[in-house]
Design a protein around this ligand. Structure first.
Ligand SMILES: C[S@@+](CC[C@H](N)C(=O)[O-])C[C@H]1O[C@@H](n2cnc3c(N)ncnc32)[C@H](O)[C@@H]1O
Length: 404
């Protein structure tokens, strides 16, 4: 648990301090992209793909799509980078040979301007379009995705793919949604609970990609970044890799996994055979401030339960919109509407007490005073427990409309 919290802290701190230089590994991009091609081999055919917030000279996104340009039938690939001077990076500026040896090299722009790389034709007349045909130039400005110049590229694109800056994730997603584009981006697992993201997931406008958590096992970071995580390492090529294990892909591109039904046991069978001791011993507690049961593990969702259930946010990795409906989110009063307000709530933690107002914003159920953390309030005569963020779901009826 302590380990989980520290990982979370690391990404949160990175976001707050604008430590945005987390570069995606080639294998993670490849694994994820293959799942969309398995579902629709023509997903990128005749499409203009924009890779913003990238570092095209060595980015694995640019490399991957340029190498597969012909195989995927891409019409045009555009990749843009952010000016070095705008980045929160302590390392001295490293000019690539690619840039310094190019006739386009401009000393007055190299640190202050973003760059644009495009691929759409066989410029070197080799008989095929590949990474060696990339053309480049300086952007007029710093490459900020919010600039008019990059917005114009966004408008031209059919699909936007990147790992955007963690510190600007919400703004970046809004930037995509405003232009109504197809996209595939990386975010932290916590983004599910953002008020800018959850309603889109609930409406089936966006969904999780194929891989979350350990699927994206780590990012390449610059020298000044702390090497964090039990699996943090320096790889064969000398890349410094932090292991966050707490990211996901967010998309509106179709893939097969989200249409696979989750295989589940009945309520009764779970109480008898569940592999989780907690379910066998304690069953499914009812919330005290909402008409639903708490299901602490996604694989313990009872297949025959007709009401609303609170499940961990990681359920979304298994969410099939033909099987379930998302009703709300349990970590904001406005997102689920509690049936009860607790008066003068107090939090009890390791024998100490403090203000417990937090329980008026989340789902809670009855517990015992043996719990390490519990709440009491003037208008209830039993202790309460607030589980970690929950998503409220219910099974869809067979003839239900609104099947995605
Ligand atoms: C998480 S890194 C990912 C880089 C690359 N897309 C990858 O996955 O390897 C995000 C990048 O966005 C850049 N960035 C930060 N703010 C930006 C902005 N406002 N506009 C464009 N890029 C930005 C950062 O400098 C960083 O290089």
């Amino acid at each position: 648990m302590a380990n989980k919290k520290s990982k979370h802290d690391y990404l949160t701190r990175a976001r707050k301090e604008k430590n945005d230089e987390f570069y995606t590994q080639y294998s993670h991009i490849e694994e994820e992209i293959i799942s969309y091609l398995d579902y629709d081999k023509d997903v990128f055919k005749d499409k203009t793909i924009l890779l913003p917030c990238d570092d095209p000279e060595w980015s694995n996104f640019t490399k991957f799509f340029a190498q597969n340009f012909e195989r995927f039938g891409i019409k045009k690939l555009i990749s843009t980078s952010y000016a070095h001077e705008r980045k929160h990076i302590e390392e001295p500026y490293q000019l690539t040979l690619f840039e310094s040896e190019s006739p386009k090299f401009d000393k007055s722009k190299t640190k202050t301007h973003g760059k644009i790389f495009t691929l759409d034709s066989d410029t070197n007349k080799s008989g095929r379009i590949d990474i060696n045909d990339l053309k480049w130039d300086y952007l007029k400005g710093d490459g900020d995705f919010r600039s008019d110049e990059v917005k114009k590229l966004r408008n031209e694109a059919d699909i936007i793919i990147t790992n955007p800056p963690f510190s600007l994730f919400r703004e970046f997603l809004a930037w995509i949604m405003e232009a109504k584009k197809q996209f595939l981006i990386i975010g932290s697992i916590n983004c599910i609970t953002y008020k800018e993201v959850f309603p889109l997931i609930k409406d089936n406008t966006v969904w999780l990609g194929n891989g979350m958590g350990r699927w994206i096992s780590g990012f390449i970071v610059p020298k000044g970044y702390e090497l964090y995580g039990s699996e943090a390492k320096i790889d064969k090529e000398g890349n410094r890799i932090v292991a966050t294990n707490s990211c996901l892909w967010l998309t509106n591109l179709e893939h097969g996994k989200r249409h696979q039904p989750l295989q589940l046991m009945t309520y009764k069978d779970n109480l008898k055979y569940s592999k989780h001791k907690d379910i066998k011993e304690n069953g499914y507690p009812e919330y005290d401030n909402y008409n639903a049961i708490d299901v602490s593990f996604t694989d313990s969702i009872p297949s025959d339960y007709k009401g609303i259930m609170g499940v961990p946010v990681t359920f979304l990795d298994k969410y099939n919109p033909d099987q379930f409906r998302i009703v709300g989110l349990g970590n904001g009063a406005e997102l689920f509407g509690p049936s009860k307000i607790y008066e003068n709530p107090v939090m009890h933690k390791n024998g100490k007490t403090s203000n417990g107002n937090a329980i008026n914003r989340v789902l809670v159920y009855r517990t015992t005073e043996d719990s390490k953390v519990y709440y009491t309030a003037d208008n209830v005569d039993y202790p309460l427990f607030a589980p970690y963020a929950r998503i409220l779901i219910e099974f869809k009826e067979e003839n239900d409309e609104n099947v995605a």
